[in-house]
Design a protein around this ligand. Structure first.
Ligand code: TYD
Length: 398
């Protein structure tokens, strides 16, 4: 059932060179829920090679929070599963895999610029999309894996059936498949509709994953909640017939919570769509009020999420002067779709800024710590999560 239309959207990470904006690709971003499995997905998918290629710009290590997060996940995996042979699917710039010995970890990464980085770090890296063919090739070359790990990548994969089958093949019979992605429940509760953009082909609920994985010979034995990316679930999966890793009870708790929240009810999604529309109107009203008051508004973090918000709401350079972002590859470019200039924080986050829209609201703690001076001098952040509002004052009170 289709329930949300976020309008014409560009490729969220396809930043443009000024003067070279012609032929920009747009598609209609519509979202639906499969009422049988409860899986929430785009109605039509964008071809993967248009999003994940050798010019991909998202660096996992661009936030301290992420670096710390993956260090601690790696530590936990070693604590809980020992000195494992691990495969990472979607290794990006190596932020996670670098916590493992070179001879114990293999990387899979379709974006050539990032595959090059982990190869240079010394990790065997397969520069291609995850597939059944690659799974067979890896299992033959390296034997099967004790752990297959994937963060913010499984929800990018359009054909989940094929991806999970490939994982089943490459995983040792007593192995563990661990993956984490943004949580649908958190998105519904926080009104964070900007989790929806081209790359996020699906927004996973534990309910949907449980329904799908079950049919493929897998069993979820543990679910950890993490605050990363505005609330994610880390799912621990084993092969059904394996007696190692008995369920710890967390799956049942999550399934019950999602059931209470109406994760399988049509009305939940129709209500969410209404809240998204209200959020759009409120955000536009707030930005216009602030701008009409003679204030300067910028955006903080040229994120995929802000691409989604700006294109859905029709927010362009008339409202937001520019976006600051720490990623060198994004600086000097124009944001996808609405063409807001992106500059470095050094160049743009100065005393002339009155308000900053939080494109990276998921890093609120890290950002407010870093920008305490901005807040102390009366600068305010603007966010739409969980509701449209401004954040002012001492960082501790934000
Ligand atoms: P993220 O929420 O991971 O982006 P996405 O929506 O694309 O998943 O935010 C990462 C981006 O935000 C990245 O381009 C770097 C930028 N950023 C800053 O510019 N300053 C900061 O302090 C932080 C934490 C991120």
């Amino acid at each position: 059932m289709k329930f949300l239309d976020l309008g014409q959207q560009p490729i969220a990470n396809a930043f443009l060179t000024p003067g070279k904006c012609e032929n920009e690709f747009f598609y209609n971003l519509e979202v639906g829920v499969d009422l049988e499995t409860s899986l929430v997905s785009h109605v039509d998918f964008v071809p993967p090679s248009m999003m994940f290629n050798d010019t991909y710009v998202y660096h996992t290590s661009s936030s301290k929070t992420m670096v710390k997060h993956f260090r601690s996940v790696a530590k936990e995996i070693k604590r809980d599963f020992g000195d494992v042979k691990i495969l990472e699917i979607g290794s990006n710039d190596g932020t996670f895999i670098k916590n493992f010995d070179l001879d114990k970890a293999i990387a899979v990464e379709p974006c050539g610029n990032f595959a090059k980085l982990t190869t240079e770090m010394g990790y065997t890296t397969h520069n291609e999309f995850w597939s059944q063919k690659l799974a067979v090739q890896l299992a033959h070359r390296h034997n099967r894996f004790d752990v297959i790990y994937s963060a913010n990548c499984m929800c990018h994969i359009q054909d989940l059936d094929s991806a999970f089958r490939a994982i089943y093949y490459a995983l040792d019979d007593n192995g563990v498949f661990i993956f984490e992605d943004p949580s649908l429940l958190e998105m519904l509760e926080r009104n964070s509709y900007d989790q929806i953009y081209d790359e996020h082909a699906h927004i996973f609920s534990v309910t949907a994953l449980n329904n799908i994985l079950h049919t493929m010979g897998f069993e979820i034995f543990r679910v950890d909640k993490t605050p990363i990316h505005g609330g994610s679930n880390r799912i621990f999966v084993k092969k059904k017939h394996s007696i190692k890793n008995p369920p710890d009870g967390s799956l049942d708790i999550e399934l019950e919570q999602e059931d209470l929240a109406g994760i399988s009810d049509k009305q939940t999604y129709l209500d969410f769509a209404k809240r998204v529309e209200t959020s759009k109107h409120k955000l536009l009203e707030l930005l216009h009020d602030i701008k009409d008051g003679g204030n300067k508004i910028v955006s903080y973090g040229a994120t995929s999420k802000s691409t989604s918000v700006f294109n859905y709401c029709g927010i362009g350079p008339d409202l937001v002067d520019y976006i600051t972002d720490t990623t060198p590859d994004k600086q000097g470019k124009l944001s996808p779709g609405v063409h807001i200039p992106v500059v470095s924080p050094k160049e743009g986050f100065d005393d002339s800024v009155d308000y900053a829209f939080l494109g990276a609201w998921n890093f609120l703690e890290e950002i407010t710590k870093k920008e305490s001076k901005f807040l102390r001098r009366g600068g305010q952040f603007i966010t739409h999560v969980p509701e449209v509002r401004t954040l002012r004052g001492e960082p501790a009170n934000v």
